[in-house]
Write a protein that binds this ligand. Structure first.
Ligand code: FE2
Length: 337
């Protein structure tokens, strides 16, 4: 697809000459006689590149590009200048101009500059689309791993997704960026992935575990960590997987880390994990009602769970209620811009 290039120059002869050169390279060319016209056009349609003269009546070329970039931040820009003033390059740099051409210029010089920037533009777009595909693949891997785990333990169906969703409720109050929220969500979904190495009869045992069984189940954070460590791009999720059973008083596992030394995302996921375990149904018991579960969270505040985070969670869960099982998957669809 031919790139759309907007040419801004107050001299008609230059506009026409430049348009002719660009059309030879099969670009789609649009012309503006001054900065105001160019900005107005950029508000109406998207261009891939703007090539502007610097000195024009009304607003100059640098200001024109600055205003165009306000509505089209991704646009590539080239400045044509006859004046090697000291100010222009500094101002152009500030607004993010990609290249300069000095007048008078040879056609080859002009073509070279345009084509080099078009190649950069295409590469940038290709990279962005590759990154998007990689991210989509990563999300598929995460969902598949979580589903694999839950297939072994049908009574905890949706648990991983609910832990991700509850964790994000807390993070919303902590002004997480969309990327950080996504990490927390995916970490919540995968927090127990190491349980694929836990023996089935231990995993699904109704009632109390023996000391040996408890020791066995305690391997899961480390196993999960070792599995995910092998997968590129999932590094950010590792603290949640490794440390979600650590306790504020240092009596947790696997490392007995205490207080703020436990990664924040792991402290958050621990609350979500505990709450969902209390409120969801098991083969041998029904889930607890909301207030009873809250009372338990309050009773372990500052010993097992992070007190400030529990306060945030309690406020949120009183507003929003327990996540019904059927909604858990939907709640994980956190839109990340
Ligand atoms: Fe766990």
């Amino acid at each position: 697809m031919a790139e759309k290039i907007l040419v801004v120059d107050d001299e008609e002869l230059i506009r026409r000459t430049v348009a002719k050169i660009l059309k030879k390279s099969d670009f789609e060319v649009f012309l503006a006689a001054d900065g105001y016209e160019a900005v107005a056009m950029a508000k109406e349609q998207t261009f891939d590149m703007v090539i502007s003269d610097v000195r024009m009546p009304g607003i100059d070329g640098v200001e024109t590009i600055r205003q165009i970039k306000e509505v089209q931040p991704e646009i590539y820009s080239i400045i044509i200048t006859g004046y090697a003033s000291e100010e222009t390059p500094v101002q152009a740099l500030k607004v993010g101009v990609n290249d300069y051409i000095f007048k008078p210029f040879e056609i080859d010089t002009f073509n070279h500059s345009v084509l080099r920037n078009i190649v950069n533009l295409r590469l940038t777009r290709e990279k962005a689309s590759l990154a998007k595909r990689l991210k989509e693949n990563m999300i598929t891997v995460i969902d598949t791993l979580a589903t694999t785990l839950e297939a072994r333990d049908p009574y905890t169906h949706g648990h991983s997704h609910r832990v991700g969703a509850y964790s994000c409720w807390i993070a919303e109050e902590l002004t997480y960026s969309p990327d950080d929220l996504e990490i927390l969500m995916h970490g919540g979904i995968l927090h127990d992935i190491g349980k694929i190495a836990v023996r089935e009869e231990v995993l699904n045992k109704p009632g109390r575990l023996t000391a040996e069984e408890y020791e066995h189940i305690k391997i899961h954070p480390t196993v999960g960590y070792n599995i995910l460590k092998q997968i590129n791009d999932l590094d950010a999720l590792l603290p949640i997987v490794l440390s979600h059973h650590e306790r504020i008083d240092g009596k947790g596992y696997p490392h007995g880390v205490a207080g703020q030394d436990i990664p924040r995302n792991a402290r958050i996921a621990a609350i979500a994990d505990t709450f969902d375990a209390l409120t969801s149904n098991r083969p041998y018991r029904d889930g607890m009602p909301l207030e009873k579960a809250i009372a338990i969270l309050e009773s372990v505040k500052g010993t097992q769970l992070d007190a400030d985070m529990v306060d945030i969670f309690v406020k949120k869960v009183r507003e929003r209620g327990i996540i019904p099982v059927r909604d858990a998957q939907d709640l994980t669809r956190v839109t990340i811009s």
